[in-house]
Design a binder for this molecule. Structure first.
Ligand code: AMP
Length: 515
């Protein structure tokens, strides 16, 4: 692991990787704890190169706040990063980030609608300070992916908006809040708390938990949910509540009633320490992501799981076929990537998932039904060339996310759990040894009268394909850090399906995301 304090040092280091590797950024203010560690672990698992930035940003502290006493522990931070597999730490000075004279800098101002409520109302200038520094870090590092904690939900919503508004090609991934055994959200500021205060501080999470229980029992009204929390918070007068609010998780506007999801957020102090916490109350059927190497039985299993659970099978393959049809029919050369990106951006693709396993996904392009045409051998032969194009992939991932937003879907692929639906409620990594997959493939080939290849040759072919799939720069095969691995070596299709369904029910019992 390397440590850089200058921009030329870091940029030169990253230049070697930039063409064909994904670069992850985990921005932090140091004093790393297990909350940060969970972001870092995920970054290391999902990207090739992970950079952790450590910078106690003076712009985000008001003069009355704890900038000078904020904990700093570069030595132990370095050890933790090294042990987790971080490639580089970026620990610049304020001057390096161009904010030596903070009065006279180019600042980034997020929309007032996002900064006026919640913490923004009590910390004027805070989110402008965050946005200004995060934008600088994004420009210096140009990461492929950046990781943020859900604990700072307002910050997360602001960063997502910033990336959209400034057209930055960065994927933002949110990580669940890490908690102490007591439930208290882990925070660098927890070290200010005395033992007694730490105990009192658990009232925050306990109150959120009550709201969650009530939500699961059907409560959707703001007034009722806030009253439950407030009443419980009142039991600990040492907690001086600054705000308690129920807002939409993206727009951050207060909501009267939860339609699909709501963000219940609390801030306040105990002694001299300011604490925040929140919970997402989400009413959606789950998303099940099934990733794994080719030949592990993903597509059959995915269809069966969808059928048995009454969920929708989201056929991503049909989308790539649809684009291939569009390109072939427009007469464009299949390698004309820019023209294809333009064509696809202007096209209207409608995917109507099959309502039963006997039916196929209906696909319409610009109003024309192409359901049958996209299955032709001519399209089948070309689809992988189209699917290998970055712009196509990005646009279809956006479409897949839109379709999966309200949940209730099962999707299979190589990077569904890590990239397309990283927030999926259930992630399965379905695998089998190359030998077993070769045996199955040989059986299929022999059944079609196409034997003549040895098991050893097939195994080698499969191992080669696995290597290519795991090392491709676009959508590489990755097991998500929170995926459950299912090895199908000694299981039938029906047994694998049953196993996934059992995991689904287990998750449902745990209500997917309890605190
Ligand atoms: P900070 O160093 O406080 O600026 O935090 C750096 C990143 O770690 C931010 O994206 C935070 O949201 C995230 N983070 C801090 N605490 C936690 C936690 N307990 N669980 C998950 N993420 C966290």
């Amino acid at each position: 692991m390397q440590i850089f304090t200058t921009i030329p040092g870091l940029r030169t280091f990253l230049a070697d990787y930039r063409h064909d590797r994904s670069i992850a950024l985990v921005p932090t203010m140091g004093a790393l704890h297990k909350g940060h560690a969970s972001l870092i672990r995920r970054a290391v698992a999902e990207a090739e190169i992970t950079v952790v930035s450590i910078f106690v940003n003076p712009l985000q502290f008001a003069p009355t706040e704890d900038f000078s006493r904020y904990p700093r522990s570069l030595d132990s931070d370095r050890q933790l990063c090294e042990s987790l597999g971080v490639a580089a730490i970026f620990a610049p000075s304020a001057e390096t980030l161009g904010i030596g004279d903070s009065e006279d800098i180019t600042a980034v101002i997020p929309p007032i609608s996002l900064t006026s409520g919640l913490c923004g109302a009590f910390r004027p200038g805070h989110f402008q300070g965050v946005a200004t520094i995060v934008t600088r870090l994004f420009n210096i590092i140009a990461p492929t992916i950046a990781y943020f904690g859900e604990k700072d939900a307002q910050q997360l919503a602001i960063i997502r908006q910033l990336v959209r508004d400034l057209n930055l090609a960065i994927e933002i991934r949110a990580c669940a809040t890490v908690r102490e055994t007591s439930g208290l959200a882990v925070s660098s500021r927890n070290q200010y708390l005395s033992t007694a205060e730490r105990e009192k501080a658990t009232i925050i999470v306990k109150s959120l938990q009550l709201a969650l229980e009530s939500f699961h029992l059907g409560e959707r009204q703001r007034e009722k949910l806030l009253a439950i929390v407030q009443k419980n918070l009142d039991r600990v007068p040492e907690f001086r509540c600054q705000y308690l609010d129920l807002v939409h998780p993206q727009s951050l506007q207060p909501i009267e009633q939860i339609e699909t999801d709501g963000l219940l957020a609390i801030a306040g102090s105990i002694g001299q320490t300011r604490l925040i916490d929140n919970i997402i109350l989400r009413q959606r059927r789950p998303v099940i992501a099934i990733d794994g190497p080719a030949g592990a039985g993903k597509s059959t299993v995915t269809r069966l799981v969808a059928e048995k659970l009454g969920l929708t099978y989201l056929d991503t393959g049909a989308m790539y076929r649809a684009v291939t049809w569009l390109v072939v029919n427009s007469g464009l050369d299949l390698s004309a990537e820019a023209a294809i990106a333009e064509l696809l951006s202007l096209a209207k693709i409608a995917i109507i998932p099959a309502d039963s396993p006997e039916n196929v996904t209906i696909v319409k392009i610009n109003g024309q039904d192409v359901t049958l045409e996209i299955r032709s051998p001519a399209i089948t032969a070309q689809v992988s060339r189209i699917a290998a194009q970055k712009a196509v992939r990005q646009q279809l991932v956006t479409l897949q996310r839109e379709m999966g937003m309200s949940g209730g879907i099962v999707v299979e692929g190589r990077d569904i759990g890590t990239n397309v639906f990283p927030e999926a409620e259930l992630k399965i990594f379905l695998t089998a040894t190359p030998e077993e997959r070769a045996r199955r493939r040989l059986k299929d080939l022999e059944a079609q009268g196409n034997g003549g290849i040895s098991l050893a040759e097939l195994t080698q072919e499969i191992e080669k394909r696995d290597y290519l799939d795991s090392n491709r720069s676009l959508a590489p095969l990755r097991k998500a850090a929170d995926a459950i691995e299912v090895n199908s070596d000694h299981l039938s299709i029906a047994e694998v399906t049953e196993k996934i369904i059992a995991l689904y029910h287990q998750g449902e019992e745990n209500q997917w995301r309890s605190l």
